[in-house]
Structures are given as C-alpha cells and as structure tokens.
Design a protein around this ligand. Structure first.
Ligand code: GLU
Length: 405
C-alpha cells in the first residue's frame, strides 16, 4: 500500500550511507546480545585527548554557548591557516579563506553543491568513499568513477583521468590517504594530477582528512604541490587525527570568493559549527606539542594493527589486499569467492557478519563490488581475530576450481 506521500526528485536517487549503515547494524546486533567484532566503522577507537576535553569544558563554563560567526571563530580559522601555511607552496592562506563546518562531511557537501551543477561531470578516482558519489548526485551533477589499477593500489594517473574527461568535466575529487584503500599519493603523483586539473581548468576538491594518519610521515597535501590555488578546495577536520568524530568540526580552505559562497550556503542551513566544539578544536591546533604526541601515539598503534593484519593477509591462502600506507583501512579482494564478482563483496560481508560475527563494509559502497573494507580502528586482538575469520570464510567460500586455499 502506498504511504500517501512522495518525496521530491532531489532525493530520488539517494541511498543511505553504507558505511554508517554497517556501524548501525553492528550496534543493533550487539544490543541484541550478539558478539560482534565491528571492523566496519571508520571511527578512531581512542578517546579525544584530555587537554582538548578540558579546554572545551573550560570554554563551556566561560559561556561558549552562543552563535559564532557562520564561518567559525577567528582564532580557529587563524590556527587552521597558520598550520596549513607551514606546508603551503601557494600564496599564503588568510583566515578569510577558511570556513569551519559541522564535520568535514558538510565541507565536502557544500563544496560539491557550490561548484557543480546540473549535467556537470565530476571525476571520482575509484574506489572512493561512498558519500562522494551521493554528494555529487545531490548537486545534480554526474559522478564519473575512474578506476585506478589494482597494481598501483588503485591510484589514478593523469592518463586515467584523461580517458574519462569530456567537455562537461568540471572537477575531480582527490583523497589521499584514500578511504577505502589506504593508498597514499606521492608528491610527484599528486602534482601530476594537480597540474592536469589546472591546465584543464577543473576544480579540485581534495579531502585530506586522513593526511596525518600515514605511516611514512604526514601525507602530501595538494596545496604543497600546487602553483596556484584559485580552483582548489582543501577539506580537513579534527575527526580522524584527533579522535574527535562526535565533535563535528571540519573545514574548507578555498579562495576568498568561494569561501564566501560556502559561508552563505551554510548561513541558510546549519549556521556555525557547535561553539564549544570549535573551542576544543582550537586547543587541539594550538597546543602543538601535546597534539603531535597524541597523534604519534595513535598512528603508532594503527601501524601495529596494520602490520599484524598484513602478516596474516600476506600468508598462505589469504585473499589479496592493497598494502596501505595511510588511513586505517584494509581493502581486501574477495572476487574469487562468488561466481558473480559484482556481488562477491556484498555476499561475503553478509556471510561474515551472520556466520562469523565480524562487520565489514562491502566494496559496493565504494564502487568496487568484489572487495570488502575492513577498518582497523579497533583493538589489536579484535583486528587479528577478525582477519583470521575473514581468511577462514574465504577458504570455505572458494569455488572448487580455485585450489590455492
Ligand atoms: N568516514 C567514515 C567511514 O568511511 C565514517 C562514516 C562515514 O561518515 O561515512 O567509515
């Protein structure tokens, strides 16, 4: 029976976030009393560093309870500009070019909405975070997946982008370290893409939320390899490197006219990001020594988990995996577990949860349906046990003609 109402064409194609759906499902199963190892959520399992929590408590006591400027408090925007300018090769960034948002997700959405429109095409190096495709769609533009080669950890080259470019191409979404593969673009790989985008007059939206979670030092950001930044929007935030997912503080850095547009857009939707959270973020960016120590401790722990998982995944009978240099994900190839590779990741993820009690995200969420994504932002023992169960399930599912298990 019809529900009696219809939603608009704006959301006709909209699907809920697959990454969030997996976390919710894992939570619901736990609430029912099931033992679930949740390797689905891309959420640090650490607490926000204490010095940041204390600063927010102080700010609250001192009255940080009212609206701020839509674009965020000036000291926070100044701190973001200062930190970015330490590695920025372009004209220095000023606070007027920084817009603080309700998580980097809002910065990404606003940038897509402001820069792309009906029938524009946006190149999305694939696999990519599930929400890029939806955000571009919501802007009524067309996301064009560009699959990099598996042997390069799915990283794309300028040639790959060129093959998918048309006269309607308006922009490209970059993300290094990449969610879901953990691949990190080198400075020269990134500068090749940035140079191409500048020549073709494409917008670059560069999501650098995992920049500090990288195992050979901070990953290269686009502003450190670009010559000009007038068509570049850089996105970052506190969630991943500072374990501040629930605080919802992100930002966009863009040329002043674009920053003003992003601010105007936000003035009609969410206004400022939560005031007290902005003060917490400010402390995180100001207290450099404490921040660096906290980030280093978390990155070291992620490295330990990654290495332990890779030890198993690179052993006999294990599925293929992209060896990650950053973020906290493992992207695992399960195409050989199903006659229909286009369904393999979803079938595998479903059986893994139901039969082995391990939650992961099916690769279809990232437009790579034969794969699964595992998040190792979970205790080491859980990661190791989860990976063992993945290897065991794959052995059970391998078709008889595949004898390597
Ligand atoms: N970005 C994280 C993930 O990919 C958190 C969930 C989300 O916002 O998609 O799992």
């Amino acid at each position: 029976m019809s529900s009696g109402y219809t939603t608009s064409s704006n959301v006709a194609q909209l699907r809920e976030s697959a990454t969030i759906a997996v976390s919710q499902r894992a939570r619901a199963l736990k609430a029912e009393g099931r033992q679930v190892i949740d390797l689905g959520a891309g959420e640090p399992d650490f607490d926000t560093p204490e010095f940041i929590r204390r600063a927010a408590q102080r700010a609250l006591d001192e009255g940080a309870t009212r609206y701020t400027a839509v674009e965020g408090i000036l000291p926070l925007r100044q701190a973001i500009a200062d930190i970015t300018n330490e590695t920025n090769a372009c004209e220095p960034i000023t606070p007027g070019e920084v817009v603080v948002t309700t998580g980097s997700k809002q910065a990404l959405f606003n940038a897509c909405f402001a820069l792309f429109g009906a029938d524009d095409e946006v190149l999305v190096p694939t696999p990519a975070w599930t929400s890029y495709y939806e955000m571009v769609d919501l802007a009524r533009a067309n996301p064009i997946p560009v699959m990099g080669s598996v042997s390069r950890g799915f990283k794309v080259t300028a040639d790959d982008l060129e093959h998918h470019a048309t006269d309607r191409t308006r922009g490209v979404m970059l993300n290094s370290p990449c969610n879901p593969t953990g691949s990190v673009y080198t400075a020269s790989e990134l500068s090749e893409l940035v140079r191409q985008a500048a020549e073709r007059r494409w917008w670059v939206i560069s999501d650098e939320i995992y920049r500090r979670i990288a195992y050979d030092g901070p990953a290269t950001g686009v502003l450190s390899v670009a010559k000009h930044r007038d068509r570049i929007v850089t996105i970052d935030g506190m969630a991943k490197s500072f374990a501040m997912t629930g605080w919802r503080i992100g930002w966009a850095i863009a040329s002043a006219p674009v920053a003003r547009t992003l601010t105007a857009l936000q003035s009609h939707t969410t206004s400022n990001a939560t005031t007290v959270a902005q003060h917490g973020a400010l402390e995180g960016l100001r207290q450099r020594e404490m921040a660096e120590a906290a980030i280093a401790a978390m990155v070291n722990e992620y490295r330990r988990r990654r290495d332990a998982a890779l030890d198993i995944l690179q052993g006999p009978g294990a599925p293929g995996v992209v060896p990650p240099d950053g973020a906290f994900y493992l992207f695992i190839d399960v195409r050989d577990t199903s006659p229909d590779a286009d369904d393999a990741g979803s079938v595998f993820a479903r059986r893994l949860l139901e039969e082995k009690g391990v939650a992961v995200v099916p690769g279809a969420a990232f437009q790579a349906p034969g794969w699964i994504r595992l998040s190792y932002a979970a205790a080491l023992a859980e990661v190791v046990e989860g990976v063992r169960r993945i290897v065991a399930l794959r052995k059970e599912m391998l078709r008889p003609d595949q004898g390597d298990a």
